[in-house]
Design a protein around this ligand. Structure first.
Ligand code: ZN
Length: 487
């Protein structure tokens, strides 16, 4: 099926994929930080690397796919309080941090299952790999590229940069980074340089998640978990490391530095990054108030949404853009994806009803060749999908008697379509009567309930809620609107 070419963020060009240890292929992808519900951005990253995982398997590789769960040490703290986001959530909701992590890990799995994203081969938790992280801190300290201050350990980026290149992945220049952050470098900072990052942090008294270490009772820095767990499950050097473009700097840049010192080499051969999703042309973010959760898409209950969208419509929408391009969400774009998907799946049914002719009037093999060439060209799913639509056009023409297909070509087309659509693109036919229609009906009923509430007709609005409850549908009014769940 041809050679696979992938764009390597490190070399900034497309390179032929040659694994270190064929037919095995090692893939590490940064997973979610589990303190909140998954949004569209999570879906894009998961679907991008799901496509890679599926395509590698199709090409015959034995893939070990590791995707972590960040449940500790995420230093991207809340801007207002400086508190760890997961701990803040635990405090606000009066839960054990592990309860929060478990709850959102389950939510993440549910949503990704709905999107037909394959589960990884190994899904390690940062909190379950503290020993491995402590080992790595020790190695970096012994090599002389980290220093200890008040029980915390920091990576010495300036020293590292004299011998190696901090910025090789992101293209950032260390002098710029230092001068950009000089203004907020105040006396209380323990770091020698603003670009240094924490490998180990001493826990403050109120910090609940803490572990004993040679330096203090504390917790690991966020960048460390991926280096330590990648090494544990894929070895010191593995094939592909993936993640969202927002992780390029400082997360992945710092992973390279850690591995370079601890293992004597960069962690992987290929770095891959998916681009971001914008909402009506604007950056998506919780703080910008336009971040739409996946549950909102499935239920249609968000002010930016005109309707509910099925998980497969979302998957198809994401696959219709190349993973390295930005993808702009709009209702129109999602509705177009929904229509496109149903046209594609309908053609599969039509394919089953075609009457064979003696000869074919179009070349199935060249369609197939073009489609796989696109997938092998850095996972160019939009081009692959457009080739599939060329085929849909032909299938419909055969059905209308304007074109012909021989029996063996019909069989070839069936096999090719089912392989690409179901196995590689990971789309599936939605069960009849499920998701789409259910979502629509519940949204319709909830709209009626909302109207009743606005008219102060609480008898009706309560009756609707209770009736839904009898059907096993829990309705909750939150500050972001009404949400529902089938129990
Ligand atoms: Zn990571």
């Amino acid at each position: 099926m041809g050679e696979l070419y992938l764009h390597n963020t490190l070399s900034r060009k497309k390179e032929e994929f040659v694994p270190l240890n064929p037919p095995n292929a090692g893939l590490y992808v940064c997973g979610p930080t589990v303190y909140g519900d998954p949004h569209l951005g999570h879906a894009r990253s998961a679907i991008t690397f799901d496509l890679l995982f599926r395509h590698l398997k199709f090409l015959g590789y034995r893939v070990r796919y590791v995707r972590n769960i960040t449940d500790v040490g995420h230093l991207e703290n809340d801007a207002d309080s400086g508190e760890d986001k997961l701990l803040k959530k635990a405090r606000l909701e009066q839960l054990e941090p592990m309860e929060v992590a478990k709850y959102y890990t389950d939510r993440y799995h549910d949503m990704m299952d709905a999107l037909n994203v394959c589960r990884p081969s190994i899904e390690p938790n940062a909190s379950g790999h503290i020993m491995e992280q402590i080992d790595m801190v020790r190695q970096i300290l012994e090599a002389g590229f980290a220093y200890t201050v008040n029980g915390s350990v920091y990576f010495d980026v300036v020293k590292y940069n004299k011998q190696y290149h901090y910025g090789q992945l992101s293209g950032r220049v260390i002098e710029d980074l230092i001068s950009a952050s000089r203004d907020n470098l105040e006396g209380q900072d323990e770091k020698r340089n603003s670009v240094d990052f924490a490998l180990w942090k001493k826990a403050q008294p109120e910090h609940i998640m803490r572990w004993k270490s040679p330096w203090s009772e504390g917790f690991p820095g966020w960048h460390l978990e991926c280096s330590a767990m990648g090494r544990k499950y894929l070895g010191e050097k593995f094939d592909i490391h993936g993640g969202g473009m927002d992780l390029l700097f400082p997360h992945h840049e710092s992973e390279i530095a850690q591995s370079q010192i601890a293992n004597g080499d960069t962690p992987c051969k290929y770095w891959m990054h998916n681009n971001m999703i914008t909402i009506n042309g604007k950056k998506m973010g919780k703080s910008l108030g336009n971040s739409i959760m996946l549950r909102d898409f499935f239920s249609g209950t968000h002010e930016l949404l005109e309707q509910a969208y099925s998980p497969m419509a979302i998957r198809f929408f994401i696959l219709q853009a190349h993973y390295r391009s930005t993808l702009d969400f709009s209702n129109a774009a999602l509705q177009a994806a929904e229509k496109g998907l149903s046209r594609l799946l309908k053609a599969l049914d039509t394919l089953d009803t075609l009457k064979p002719s003696d000869v074919s009037s179009f070349d199935v093999n060249s369609l197939k060749k073009d489609c796989f060439a696109a997938l092998n060209d850095d996972l160019n799913s939009p081009v692959a999908i457009s080739v599939l639509f060329d085929g849909v056009h032909a299938i419909n023409s055969v059905s209308e008697g304007k074109e012909t297909l021989a029996k063996e070509d019909i069989e070839l087309l069936k096999e090719f379509y089912s392989t690409v659509i179901f196995d590689i693109l990971g789309l599936k036919k939605e069960e009849k009567g499920n998701t789409g229609l259910t979502d629509y009906l519940i949204k319709f009923v909830l709209d009626l309930r909302q109207k009743a509430k606005e008219n102060k007709d609480f008898a009706t609005s309560d009756k609707i809620r209770d009736e839904l409850k009898n059907l096993g549908i829990t309705v909750k009014d939150t500050k972001d609107g009404t949400v529902w769940e089938i129990s």
